[in-house]
Design a binder for this molecule. Structure first.
Ligand SMILES: [Zn+2]
Ligand SMILES: [Zn+2]
Length: 263
């Protein structure tokens, strides 16, 4: 059994065959998929998908790329969705964070909207899903200052070095591995997997992005069924079997996101 702790099922990449994608995930043993919003509209779509498909859960939030476009109305709508979390099957706030690689929004705006959303998540008692690209110092500092640990934190698609991993773990965060851990040219990431304790490890696809090896390049679109490939690679690096990784990731998913058993 697996979980996919981070995907974007609402994107147009899946419009033609979304049912088949979700069926394939179930057939591959993926019991739960967290689909995340990146802006107001995609957060609404994430909720609609979670309501439509069993085993799909939603997160709402504004991605750092979109930070400069977020309006007070967007935040009001997201808060409204999250207050009715059970009806809307919302288990997290995200994805949020900082991206100094693309700089699609000015950095000061990214930081301001990041802090704002951590405070909202704390008010709602929802764990936060963190995007950090070439911005690890600021991300960890802000998460620490805003006491994000009170609600729970996962560093999604972890891309830091050993020191960033240790700091994240010291702060009490979960670390989630995605397709890059399978890449044949991955250099630093494989060494980080064994540093992550069993009770802090998560796996994800970030579908439709970041297809794992050997699909990278061949079939550009990624999908949740391929989280099994990530689990197999993580298992290999930990020296355990794939089922064990699937099992502990599933337990961690339930713990971090406090998934109600009635869902
Ligand atoms: Zn991301
Ligand atoms: Zn994402």
């Amino acid at each position: 059994m697996f979980i996919d702790s981070h995907a974007h099922l609402d994107t147009p990449h899946f419009d033609a065959d979304r049912d088949a994608v979700i069926t394939r995930a179930r057939e591959a043993g993926v019991a739960a998929i967290l689909t995340l919003g990146v802006d107001g509209a995609s957060s609404q779509r994430a909720v609609a998908l979670a309501q439509q498909y069993e085993g799909v859960f939603a997160a709402v939030g504004i991605h750092p790329h979109e930070a400069q476009h977020a309006t007070p109305e967007d935040y009001k709508a997201l808060m409204g969705l999250a207050r009715a979390r059970e009806a809307n099957r919302i288990i997290a706030w995200g994805e949020i964070g900082l991206d100094y690689h693309y700089d699609h929004s000015p950095r000061d705006v990214q930081r301001r909207e990041f802090r704002r959303q951590i405070r909202m998540a704390r008010e709602l008692d929802l764990p936060v899903c963190i995007h950090s690209r070439d911005a690890h110092d600021d991300v960890l500092t802000i998460l620490d200052e805003e006491k994000a640990i009170d609600v729970g934190v996962v560093m999604h698609c972890f891309s830091g070095d050993e020191e960033v991993a240790r700091r994240s773990l010291d702060l009490g965060f979960y670390i989630s591995f995605a397709g890059p851990v399978t890449f044949t040219n991955a250099r630093k990431l494989p060494a980080i997997v064994p540093l992550v304790p069993d009770d802090r490890l998560l796996i994800e696809t970030d579908a439709p992005y970041l297809s794992p090896h050997p699909w990278r390049g061949r079939e550009h679109r990624n999908e949740p069924a391929r989280v099994a490939i990530i689990a197999a690679r993580v298992a290999e690096l930990k020296g355990v079997n794939t089922e064990a990784v699937g099992q502990l990731a599933t337990e961690n998913f339930k713990t971090l996101f406090k998934v109600p058993s009635t869902w």
